[in-house]
Design a binder for this molecule. Structure first.
Ligand code: TMP
Ligand code: ASP
Length: 240
């Protein structure tokens, strides 16, 4: 496999073409952004930490029957993935109230949500990722009804797997965001793409409720990467 030209640079990762038209290389950079790119910083070792974290989680999800784009680690900061036709809708599950839910509804942070909530957001930084729903997604052809059904099913399956994984390691999976795509142009073939790392979820210590995710960066709490590594260590991840 040969890495070729850069196709796209996101806020924290870049995508490179390879000599295989069906496979891309994801490069996890040290760039960290929040508030849709308003706050930006380079955090030493973040690319490596998130790359290893993501690989560990994607492998757990694959093993549990969630199809993912993950193919394998290439280096400390690079991962080989399947090419997907990405769906521009982000799927968010919340087990505990936090973040935009609290701001939007005026509810207190830290309330258990039973059953867990499911929300859709349009992936659009300029519009600050507005909340959408299935009806809008279908009418604007962002995804079909069948695709949305599959995305919801997989997003909840991820919750079953990861809630238990974090719980066993003394942590609470508060919420997370997933992005899906179509593989091989087949609309029934919905695959988990993007990444799963402490950048795109909220994780609290079960006892102390210490924040162990990107809220440390958003809220200026310090020790961002050290805390990501602590989450990883508790899960048994070996960082390079
Ligand atoms: P929110 O509270 O800002 O709506 O976010 C809910 C969860 O989803 C939180 O863990 C952060 C994650 N998320 C992203 O990582 N990127 C996004 O663009 C959105 C909308 C949410
Ligand atoms: N992921 C988005 C950004 O980097 C939103 C956030 O994390 O606050 O700007």
């Amino acid at each position: 496999m040969e890495k070729r030209e850069e196709l796209y640079a996101g806020k924290a990762k870049s995508v490179f073409r390879t000599d295989d038209p069906e496979r891309f290389v994801l490069v996890f950079r040290d760039d960290t952004s929040a508030f849709d790119g308003e706050k930006k910083e380079q955090l030493n070792r973040k690319g490596m930490v998130n790359n290893c974290f993501n690989a560990f989680i994607m492998e757990k999800l694959e093993a549990a029957g969630v199809p993912t784009h993950f193919e394998g680690l290439l280096s400390a900061t690079e991962t080989l993935v399947k090419k997907l036709d990405m769906i521009p809708v982000e799927c968010v599950v919340r087990n505990v109230s936090a973040g935009s839910l609290c701001r939007r509804l005026g509810v207190e942070e830290g309330q258990e949500l039973n059953p867990p909530t499911y929300e859709l957001f349009l992936k659009n930084d300029a519009l600050h990722d507005p909340m959408v729903n299935e009806s809008l997604a279908v009418s604007f052809s962002w995804a079909s009804e069948a695709e949305l059904t599959q995305m919801k099913k997989l997003t909840y399956k991820v919750n079953d797997v990861l809630k238990a994984l974090f719980d066993e390691a003394g942590m609470l999976l508060v919420d997370y965001k997933l992005e899906f795509g179509r593989s091989s142009g087949d609309s029934t073939d919905i695959v988990l793409g993007d990444e799963f790392s402490p950048d795109g979820c909220r994780i609290w210590d079960k006892e102390t409720r210490k924040k162990m995710d990107k809220d440390r960066f958003r809220q200026g709490l310090g020790d961002v990467i050290e805390t990501y590594e602590e989450v990883g260590r508790r899960l048994g991840i070996r960082f390079q």
